[in-house]
Design a protein around this ligand. Structure first.
Ligand code: DAK
Length: 260
């Protein structure tokens, strides 16, 4: 599939997905979401890629939301389909076993904030702005915002943001735990690449199983979650990487992981 609204770049084991509609501040319309669905499936299945970085093209925006011009005249049925498509794509990002980092370079509003939240974690530039402005448009968030925001920042803070439609800056996003780090705009991609590179240097099966354990564990009660963790921990002992990682430690050398 050729993409009109995305740019995909690959650098060793790291893939970059740029949402690329800078004139509309990278707003998500149906075509963009369909392209993202294709791209995420392809990156998930690409054996050369271990980490995905999602960011926005241009200087101003990560993603300024779902495309309001596209949504303005949707019928109820079309709106339902659009919401389901967004939820499906964001669910694919959250569920893909390879780590996904959001490099938030500017506005991350509405569907853009929701896109950042379905990534595993967020690194922001000082220019980033976050918010769920939907109630100001007479709608509720529809791509998971009412669910992921409370899980990330707590119910009280999430409800304040959801009910007021307030837009917060990167420092406030850091304070409430919505982002992990804030860096200067010119350093954003380098910093995210540095983190991605560090992840790539680890046992990739272990990284993926750790993601599965964390994601699945958060969806269930603690006893079941511990069982999931124990099972996935056990599974690691079927891998060459576990043998190599522990042998390297005993032999006081760096491990050479093969991802098997
Ligand atoms: N959609 C479409 N176009 C957008 C856009 C958006 N979300 N955001 C910006 N643009 C366009 C602007 O219309 C403008 O286009 P032109 O006029 O140049 O053609 C261009 O991008 C530049 O924007 P501005 O001129 O407004 O730039 P400023 O720097 O002055 O302002 C801004 C930047 C980000 C503060 C402002 O653009 C803004 O407030 N944008 C809207 C932000 C917003 O409200 N985002 C949330 C969208 S609602 C659901 C499915 C999905 C959703 C909900 C439910 N179901 C079906 C259940 C999701 C909803 C949303 O995400």
């Amino acid at each position: 599939m050729t993409y009109e609204n995305l740019l995909i770049e690959k650098e060793s084991a790291i893939a970059f997905l740029y949402v690329n509609r800078p004139k509309a501040l990278n707003a998500l319309n149906k075509d963009t979401l369909l392209e993202m669905k294709d791209a995420i499936a392809s990156i998930s299945n690409d054996p050369e890629i271990d980490v995905l970085i999602i960011t926005g093209a241009g200087e101003k925006a990560f993603v300024a939301g779902a495309d309001i011009a596209y949504m303005q005249n949707l019928t109820a049925i079309e709106g339902r389909e659009f919401g389901a498509l967004g939820q499906e794509v964001f669910g694919m990002i959250e569920a893909m076993e390879k780590p996904v980092i959001a490099a938030v370079n500017g506005f991350a509003l509405g569907g853009g904030c929701e896109l950042a939240m379905c990534c595993d974690f967020r690194i922001a530039s000082t220019k980033a702005k976050f918010g769920q402005p939907e109630v100001g448009l007479g709608i509720t968030p529809g791509f998971g915002g009412t669910q992921r925001l409370p899980r990330l920042v707590g119910a009280g803070m999430a409800k304040q943001l959801l009910f007021t439609a307030d837009v917060i800056n990167a420092a406030e996003a850091l304070r409430i735990g919505l982002v992990n780090e804030v860096v200067n705009p010119e350093d954003l991609i380098a910093r995210v690449k540095e983190i991605a590179g560090k992840i790539c240097s680890k046992g990739k099966l272990a990284v993926r199983l750790a993601k599965v354990a964390a994601n699945e564990g958060m969806q269930t009660d603690i006893d079941r979650a511990m069982t999931i963790e124990a099972d996935l921990f056990g599974l690691c002992f079927s891998t060459e990487d576990q043998k190599e990682g522990m042998t390297a430690f005993i032999e006081k050398r760096s491990p050479l992981f093969v991802g098997k």
